[in-house]
Design a binder for this molecule. Sequence first.
Ligand code: GSH
Length: 89
Amino acid sequence: MTLSVVQPNDMALYHYDSCPFCAKTRQAINELELSVELRNIQINHQHRIELQQGGNKTQVPCLRIGQSNGQAQWLYESDDIINFLRNRK
Ligand SMILES: N[C@@H](CCC(=O)N[C@@H](CS)C(=O)NCC(=O)O)C(=O)O
């Protein structure tokens, strides 16, 4: 998968604890020692709304990639998220 974002300003992972795909993604973030804000959609309802409105579905994990122009890309699928994070390391 190809993304147009080269240097994202900020990243946030929408997730929840009991999701194994989220756990795999959080583990990769830890191993890569990346700074990614974790937004638990089961704890914070506002995060769920952001995910639904921004990404158009509430599937987790989803990585929100903020761009310098204020826009954001919403990346679903744990393998795609992990590959994206590894490639920008
Ligand atoms: N193939 C996806 C599977 C993600 C998935 O099944 N997530 C579940 C939680 S474990 C989910 O969000 N289900 C609710 C939904 O799809 O709205 C991945 O690897 O990220």
